[in-house]
Design a protein around this ligand. Structure first.
Ligand SMILES: CCCCCCCCCCCC(=O)SCCNC(=O)CCNC(=O)[C@H](O)C(C)(C)COP(=O)(O)OP(=O)(O)OC[C@H]1O[C@@H](n2cnc3c(N)ncnc32)[C@H](O)[C@@H]1OP(=O)(O)O
Length: 198
């Protein structure tokens, strides 16, 4: 595998084709060029429905740490709104999600972002896995809070999908606690079976 190592540092980087409800956004730098669509990437049509409206594999499988109901300490993320190219979801931070006393563990917040960004990638129609996940933690999240998640796709280039999102505390317009940008890579079906030990 050849992974590009170039980074864009310093100045803000404009995401050229963001489908975020507020339109094109400026990311606070430094931001990685690895999670920014290159020139020539296909931009999702704003407001158009996702190619895949739902995920039967997901609906039938409850073992996922992010969204499944069978994992006792799982995040139990629930999607609340799917609108064109964006997904909204939420979860409640429980005691089992603590890092520092009374506060959510950052790794679990990153997991939540992986989940909701992954849901957007899944809805693009292929089978995608996370290749790279960049996360900015902007505010502590107290145990007991509901985190409102939102994610959208910025572009698709070959096997690569560029997805971005944020998590806010308490309400859809609450304080931003976490931001994430990710590169998802499309894989064949056997990806999910060939390395399994059981
Ligand atoms: C069931 C219901 C589910 C429903 C889903 C619901 C949501 C679930 C959310 C959870 C999602 C996850 O956590 S998924 C689990 C975590 N992720 C994984 O386990 C993935 C592990 N990694 C891999 O399997 C592999 O490294 C891949 C598939 C990512 C890439 O390997 P590959 O297939 O051989 O492809 P490769 O040629 O290396 O890479 C393809 C292109 O992507 C680029 N690329 C690859 N990785 C990177 C990277 N980290 N940073 C930059 N670029 C990268 C390459 O440069 C290349 O660009 P170019 O040369 O083409 O330009």
């Amino acid at each position: 595998m050849t992974i590009p190592s170039d980074r864009v540092s310093g100045e803000d980087l404009e995401v050229w084709a963001s489908a975020a409800p507020d339109g094109p956004v400026r990311r606070r730098g430094p931001a990685s060029s690895r999670t920014t669509p290159p020139a020539g990437a296909a931009a999702p049509a704003a407001g158009a429905p996702f190619p895949r409206a739902s995920s039967p594999a997901r609906d039938d499988y409850q073992g996922c740490f992010g969204c499944g109901g069978d994992s006792p300490s799982g995040l139990r993320i629930v999607e609340t709104r799917v609108d064109g190219t964006s997904v909204e979801a939420e979860f409640a931070v429980r005691d089992v999600h603590q890092g520092a006393p009374g506060l959510a563990h950052g790794g679990l917040l990153a997991t939540a972002m992986d989940e909701v960004l992954g849901s957007v990638a899944w809805r693009l129609g292929g089978r995608y896995v996370t290749g790279r996940l960049e996360t900015d933690f902007l505010a502590p999240v107290p145990v007991g809070a509901t985190v409102r998640l939102r994610a959208w796709c910025n572009g698709v280039h070959g096997r690569k999908a560029y997805v971005e999102g944020e998590g806010r505390i308490g309400a859809p317009d609450g304080p931003v606690a976490v931001r994430a940008a990710a590169l998802f890579v499309e894989v064949p079906e056997e990806h999910f079976t060939k390395e399994r030990l059981n």
